[in-house]
Write a protein that binds this ligand. Structure first.
Ligand SMILES: Cc1cc2nc3c(=O)[nH]c(=O)nc-3n(C[C@H](O)[C@H](O)[C@H](O)COP(=O)(O)OP(=O)(O)OC[C@H]3O[C@@H](n4cnc5c(N)ncnc54)[C@H](O)[C@@H]3O)c2cc1C
Length: 312
């Protein structure tokens, strides 16, 4: 198994295989490049990537990982991630294939964390439900969007999420109402190691025409500022208080700046694109250069918005 020593330590590959053959219902991949599971198309291998089908699978997986002391990391659509070139040891739990249930009642819904934001938005558009239009053009899954408190144009997930169903790291079920979740800019404080399995959402009833028009308007706005056809992970840096990271980067003359095949987008300066064969180390070098240049020109320290994970 990649990343494990062969000096007499437990044979993790055999252990993994036995568990996965005997109990696990979902798909399992071994030694899989994370570049195949991230929108930036970058990232070294995961020892194991498991796609739990349902809560039973997820609980079994967590208790297996706990018993063996294997680390785990959760991903949804991989659209906000930079995985380092050494990849991720232990188990990557991929929530994008299971947890795809949606139950709608009037202006409320209980939705599985593997559902794509675009699918939820489609339903809202057809049913004339407002409040979620901001998600037009944000890729990824509901679970990732809740964890990131994803948002755009002045709205964010916390405005539509009424509560979340979680599975804790020991396999226990939890429900957290919105009032107990500390949502902040691109962050939801969830119990350490807990996975979102479902979100309870509330929208506002409007006419389908109004909702459609708002979505069209926001899509147009997005197209005019960030029509990017190369692999990327959305905004790389958080917007500092009172200004925009993209504006600072552009004013520092960094559009088009490169490190290897990673480049600051010509279209939107807060996006880094993969021109073909970029590695995580290229993106990290470029991010450091951008931070240094913006700090020396503007005196502002940029903080990453994307999650940087894995080993060098
Ligand atoms: C073209 C483009 C445009 C974008 N525009 C925006 C935008 O306007 N606004 C914005 O906020 N973001 C934007 N993003 C970033 C990204 O799409 C969002 O952050 C999205 O919500 C991430 O969802 P994901 O499923 O891809 O999460 P991932 O990237 O897979 O994971 C993100 C984080 O969430 C955690 N996570 C994932 N699933 C779960 C789960 N089920 N339970 C617990 N934790 C979980 C992961 O561990 C990780 O820390 C954009 C990205 C791209 C590529």
């Amino acid at each position: 198994m990649a990343g494990r020593s062969d000096k007499g330590e437990e044979k993790v590959s055999a252990q993994y295989s036995l568990f996965f053959i005997q109990r696990f219902k979902g798909k399992v991949l071994f030694n899989v490049p994370l570049s195949e599971h991230t929108s930036l198309k970058i990232g070294g291998p995961a020892d194991v990537m498991a796609f739990p089908q349902d809560e039973g699978d997820l609980k079994d997986l967590l208790s297996f990982a706990g018993a063996k002391d294997f680390p785990f990391f959760v991903i949804g659509g991989g659209t906000n991630l930079l995985v380092r070139d050494g990849g991720i040891r232990g188990i990557v739990i991929n929530m994008s294939e299971g947890f795809r249930d949606m139950v709608w009642q009037d202006n409320k819904a209980v939705i599985g964390s593997g559902v794509r934001l675009a699918e939820i938005l489609n339903h809202c558009r057809e049913a004339g439900l407002s409040g979620f239009e901001f998600a037009a053009g944000i890729p990824g899954t509901l679970g990732g969007a809740v964890a990131m408190n994803a948002g755009a144009y002045g709205s964010e997930m916390k405005d539509v999420v009424e509560g979340v169903e979680l599975i804790g790291r020991k396999g226990q079920r939890l429900f957290m109402p919105r009032s107990e979740i500390n949502f902040s800019y691109r962050k939801a404080e969830l119990p350490k190691g807990a996975l979102v399995v479902r979100a309870h959402m509330g929208f506002v009833k409007r006419s389908a025409e109004e909702v459609r028009e708002k979505i069209r308007e926001l899509r147009e706005k997005r197209r005019s500022t960030s029509a990017i056809n190369l692999p990327n992970a959305g905004s790389i840096f958080r917007n500092p208080e009172g200004t925009f990271a993209g504006k600072l980067i552009e004013e520092a003359g960094l559009k088009g700046e490169r490190s290897g095949d990673a480049a600051v987008s010509d279209v939107h300066a807060n996006y880094i694109v993969n021109l073909g064969r970029a590695r995580a180390k290229d993106v990290l070098t470029l991010m450091a250069l951008v931070r240094d240049r913006v700090y020396s020109r503007k005196g502002i320290v940029l903080e990453p918005e994307i999650k940087v994970v894995g080993e060098d």
